[in-house]
Design a protein around this ligand. Structure first.
Ligand code: WTA
Length: 632
């Protein structure tokens, strides 16, 4: 695997950033800070938590009752007080908090901290009008607009648990998630704009709530003011009508540190997606700390994370982490190559972005279209570059470093997951960077590469990436399915298993190679094989289906499907198109197979489980490994 990745473990190639990066950074000396953490882990987190405002201090930093952790016991806080009031009632009140940019140049909205505070309070009061209160679940299915961020913060303000569903998901995926959390309210918009087209969202929601009896109200942001969509008054209410005449103040609900803050679904390896549960205290501390120390956010920074808030990256580093730090954040409803591949670079120049966080898949796309696009722009405002979601291969690292960072900016390749809530591994600013390697555990995290028994793997030997001690922003459970939570901690004794394969070098730098399970990471998004297979099988022509991830130069992986048709159904290009369309409509455009092959049979174990690794080995012309359990 490491060979495929084009890195020789014994060939040491480091990039060393300018010494001033380190001297001026919050982290200072990584090794010293890491040792200080190891010497007193609870003291380390206690010190960070004290930088935030609490309504009531905690009695104890943590309680570890394997595999259940509680952090900041009996502490009371509200994340939005820390994201908003703390700044809106200080010198930062007129500082820009949020800048939104739509596809068209004139499409812009800017909120100062004071204005954002007010907008959140008003919408929170609107939600209260609908009877939403502490502990109620609210589903947010919206495009990237300020109202999406405001909706998240408004829920958190009153203690309602939000669950954001990425706007690219289709009817079934949305329905499953709404039912999973028994949402009381769904917040959506009439349309999302993509590549100059208005894509309707409201009708997807209408279909998705049909068999979701928990839903009492749908709140709709009507963006198309020329032709406002009609609302069905028994169920639907306009986003801004809801805040008509409400109070500008809404006190932040004092939340217990362990109260749930949000649920975010991530693909499961079997069956349904998992609702990952994050809590108020630990998540606030973890995202505040990592945004500050990993990205080195300072008051003068202009920060842009390109992820949609529908993913964990958008939650932690598009919304909560940067606002906790009082940063000026850019969000954009902008496709990287529309109307041309200069769009993002223009935005960086125009807004003077200093910290830029994106995914390898985007970097590889930009590499392909050529450096003339970024070279047309003045990117000298940039100071820190980040990467997340999948391995940043050395070629992409070097291109990013040279062409975008002009050999000046440190790159933080951050490894983490929906489940971890915050960054876990990276190369902290000022440390030598090794292309292809994410780096080391950040101070606060104890991680390693181990074998199935939990023994540390020697340098150069691949194993599983694990975390060995609890951390504040770890998920607390899987919503309504604690068994699935325990599995994370029961696979390897004493460890949280991330299900990623990795290898360490002699200096302790870790390279993440890919998933060890049935998840496919396509363009940085996790897709469960089971979800795509069940979408395919729900088509009337399909008897059975298996999908695999196939390496792709641009997207990291693409989905290939093997399909057995029902008797009497004729394979052909028309049917392939139908199947792609069917998956697009049920699961959404992010999950469509790039390739479909009709087959007569699928490799299975004697107990009937599809052996996807055999299919994959066949596809890639590799050795399938142990096939002793393969059925005749
Ligand atoms: C992968 C995204 C290599 C990994 C924050 C992980 C990465 C999964 C990196 C989690 C990285 C994330 N290098 N692989 N820097 N970051 N991954 O839950 O396989 O959407 O397990 O969270 O993405 O994806 P998730």
């Amino acid at each position: 695997m490491a060979d495929n990745f084009n890195v020789r473990l014994d060939e040491v190639k480091y990039y060393t950033p300018d010494a001033c990066c380190k001297e001026q950074s919050w982290i200072g000396d990584y090794n010293r800070t890491y040792q200080a953490f190891l010497a007193d882990p609870d003291g380390f987190w206690d010190g960070i938590a004290r930088e935030l405002d609490w309504f009531q201090p905690w009695d104890r930093v943590k309680e570890w009752n394997y595999p259940y952790a509680r952090w900041f016991l009996n502490g009371k806080l509200n994340i939005t007080h820390n994201c908003l009031d703390r700044h809106a009632h200080s010198q930062r009140r007129n500082k820009v908090a949020l800048m939104w940019r739509g596809e068209d140049e004139g499409d812009e909205q800017i909120y100062t901290y004071r204005q954002l505070h007010q907008a959140v309070c008003r919408f929170a009061n609107g939600l209260k009008r609908l009877g939403v209160g502490k502990g109620d679940r609210v589903c947010i299915y919206m495009p990237v607009v300020p109202e999406q961020v405001i909706a998240m913060l408004a829920c958190a303000r009153i203690g309602a648990i939000h669950s954001v569903v990425f706007g690219g998901f289709g009817v079934n995926a949305l329905n499953q998630r709404i039912r999973g959390i028994e949402a009381k309210v769904v917040i959506t918009a009439d349309v999302t704009y993509r590549r100059g087209k208005a894509i309707p969202l409201k009708n997807i929601v209408e279909e998705a709530v049909v068999s979701a009896p928990s839903v009492e109200r749908i709140v709709i942001l009507r963006r198309d003011t020329d032709k406002p969509v009609e609302l069905h008054p028994e169920m639907e209410v306009d986003y801004y009508d809801l805040t008509e005449g409400v109070d500008r103040e809404c006190p932040a609900e004092p939340m217990d540190a362990e109260d749930p803050l949000f649920i975010l679904y991530t693909s499961g390896t079997t069956g349904s997606p998992k609702g990952i549960v994050h809590t108020c205290g630990g998540y606030t501390v973890g995202t505040y700390y990592t945004t500050k120390y990993v990205f080195d956010v300072k008051d003068s920074d202009v920060y842009w994370c390109t992820a949609d808030p529908g993913w964990i990256t958008g939650h932690s580093y598009g919304v909560y982490g940067p606002l906790l730090n009082g940063a000026t954040c850019l969000i954009a409803e902008a496709t990287p190559d529309y109307p041309d591949p200069g769009t993002w670079w223009n935005l960086i120049e125009e807004y003077g972005v200093t910290i830029f966080y994106t995914a390898p898949t985007a970097i590889r796309m930009f590499m392909r279209v050529g450096e003339e696009w970024p070279n047309r722009c003045n990117l000298s405002s940039l100071r820190v570059l980040g990467s997340v979601g999948e391995p940043l291969n050395p070629e992409a690292f070097e291109w990013y470093y040279r062409t975008i960072g002009k050999d000046r900016c440190p790159i933080v390749d951050t490894w983490w997951q929906t489940e971890t809530g915050m960054h876990m591994l990276t190369t902290m600013i000022g440390e030598p960077m090794r292309p292809g390697f994410v780096g080391k555990p950040i101070p606060g995290v104890v991680a390693d590469v181990v074998d199935m028994e939990g023994n540390s793997c020697p340098p150069g030997t691949g194993g599983l990436l694990v975390v060995k001690e609890p951390w504040p922003s770890m998920m607390r459970t899987v919503w309504n399915d604690d068994e699935r939570y325990r599995k994370y901690w029961n696979t390897i004794p004493g460890c949280y298993t991330a299900a990623d394969l990795a290898v360490k070098d002699k200096d302790g730098y870790i390279m993440v190679i890919g998933r060890s399970d049935d998840l496919i990471v396509v363009a940085g998004h996790n897709i469960g094989t089971a979800e795509v297979e069940s979408a395919l099988v729900s088509h009337e022509a399909v008897a059975e289906a298996a999908v695999i991830g196939k390496p792709d130069a641009m997207k990291g992986n693409v989905i290939k499907a093997f399909v057995i048709l029902k008797d009497g159904r004729q394979p052909g290009d028309k049917l392939k198109n139908d199947l792609v369309y069917h998956v697009r409509m049920t699961l959404g455009p992010i999950a469509i197979p790039s390739e479909i092959e009709f087959v007569q049979s699928l490799p299975k174990t004697r107990s009937g489980k599809i052996m996807r690794r055999v299919l994959k080995a066949q596809e890639l012309g590799m050795d399938p490994g142990d096939i002793s359990t393969l059925e005749e």
